[in-house]
Design a protein around this ligand. Structure first.
Ligand code: PMP
Ligand code: GLU
Length: 397
């Protein structure tokens, strides 16, 4: 008999990972699936970063790394914050973890007590709400609209804050909508946070460098709330290093210490070799970051050209990240081969099984009727996939 804890029974599996797995299974059976489900750069990790990892192996970086990360890596991260974000963090305020996902989980568990409320604007990335559950918190989901470019408004935030509110989770550039908050929009949200002394901000900035709408802005730069912001970032997206599993957080020293304590009981320091690779990524030639971001911009435009031709869908023009998130509600309720498409999950399964394109249903991101399409794929594959999408939608009656 299964004897799982209520905590784990309440947890939903990651939909992004599930759709990626389904896509890979079909591919292994020889089906020509185009995978637009999981969000990861399709580029290989740049050569100089791979070389640094090889050197680390030969240099015998094979022992436990310090729990919060090697001192020189944390120094390099502090320099990155100074260089790119005009933010001043000491290495003691930084913790390196096993991916940004782990950094987020550390912050969540260290900040949120049983019954604390965490405000999350929807559409949201799938893992936020599940991590809140693990921490024992309660999700307070605030709907945003396509007309507002899926951005949270300050008055909406103010109205949602209660004495139990502990955290606002903000992701910019956003997964899944690609929305990017401007400095002024962040300032207005920061003013609301400043009025509420108990509230923290977890700022997920993992897509910082994939931004087509001007420079990245961090909510941590507002002095009035700086001590109540924890910034999450990592090397996965900017340097095409998803498999290396290096992320980090920066925030008040007491929080960094707590995250390090937690990590010391859960995983210890992140992989030593990957940390040396991350050090090279952050300190050596940065031109690879721009080259990849330029390719993502070209692909975004390519996808938008295709979307224009699809009748009845609604979407925002993403200012960053590598996703489009159209609302396909127009097609829900239609049928194909005697089978009715009841919801976005049915639509994604139809797209996977009949059109052989893997996407992720919007309901996993708190937005029913939408579908997330990752354009972190080759131009050829994207053109092919979008044609398949158009044909599949035309087949729904
Ligand atoms: N935050 C967001 C919004 C993401 O899309 C991802 C990608 N999985 C992560 C965090 C986690 O990144 P990592 O792969 O470094 O754990
Ligand atoms: N961030 C990616 C995504 O949203 C990776 C998969 C995951 O970790 O959820 O698809």
């Amino acid at each position: 008999m299964e004897q799982l804890s209520t905590r784990i029974k309440a947890l939903a599996p990651s939909a992004t990972i599930a759709m990626n797995q389904k896509s890979q299974e079909l591919k292994a059976k020889g089906v020509d699936v185009i995978n637009l489900s999981v969000g990861e750069p399709d580029f290989p990790t740049p050569v100089h970063i791979r070389e640094a990892a090889k050197k680390a192996i030969d240099g015998n970086f094979s022992h436990y790394a310090p729990v919060p990360g090697y001192p020189d890596l944390r120094e390099a991260i502090a320099m990155k914050f100074r260089r790119e974000n005009n933010l001043d963090y000491k290495p003691s305020q930084i913790v390196v973890s096993t991916g940004a996902k782990h950094a987020l989980a550390n912050a969540m568990i260290c900040l949120v007590d049983n019954g604390d409320e965490v405000i999350i604007p929807a559409p949201y990335w799938v893992s936020y709400v599940e991590q809140v559950k693990i921490a024992g918190g309660e999700n307070v989901i605030l709907e945003t609209s396509v007309e507002d470019d899926y951005k949270l408004k300050p008055e909406q935030l103010r109205a949602a804050i209660t004495p139990r509110t502990k955290v606002l989770l903000l992701c910019s550039p956003s997964n899944p909508t690609g929305s990017v908050y401007t400095g002024e929009e962040l300032r207005a949200l920061a003013e609301v946070i400043a009025e509420n002394e108990r509230v923290f901000v977890i700022a997920d900035e993992i897509y910082e460098h994939i931004n087509f709408s001007g420079g990245h802005q961090s909510i941590a730069r507002f002095e009035s709330i700086h001590d109540r912001v924890v910034v999450i970032n990592g090397v996965s997206k900017a340097y095409a290093m998803t498999g290396w599993r290096i992320g980090y957080l920066a925030g008040p020293e007491w929080l960094a210490k707590a995250c390090s304590k937690l990590q010391g009981q859960m995983t210890s320091g992140a992989t030593s070799i990957a940390q040396r690779a991350a050090l090279a990524a952050l300190t050596e030639d940065q031109s690879c970051v721009k080259e990849m971001a330029d390719a993502f911009l070209r692909r975004r435009n390519l996808i938008l050209d295709h979307l224009k031709e699809i009748e009845g869908i609604r979407y925002n023009v993403p200012g960053g990240a590598f996703y489009v998130f159209p609302d396909f509600s127009h097609y829900i309720g239609r049928s194909v081969n005697g089978k009715k498409i009841e919801n976005d999950m049915d639509l994604c399964l139809y797209l996977l099984e009949d059109a052989h394109i893997a996407t992720v249903p919007g309901s996993a991101f708190g937005a029913e009727g939408c579908v997330r399409i990752s354009y972190a794929n080759s131009d050829d594959n994207l053109n092919k996939a979008m044609q398949r999408l158009k044909d599949a939608l035309a087949g729904l009656k």
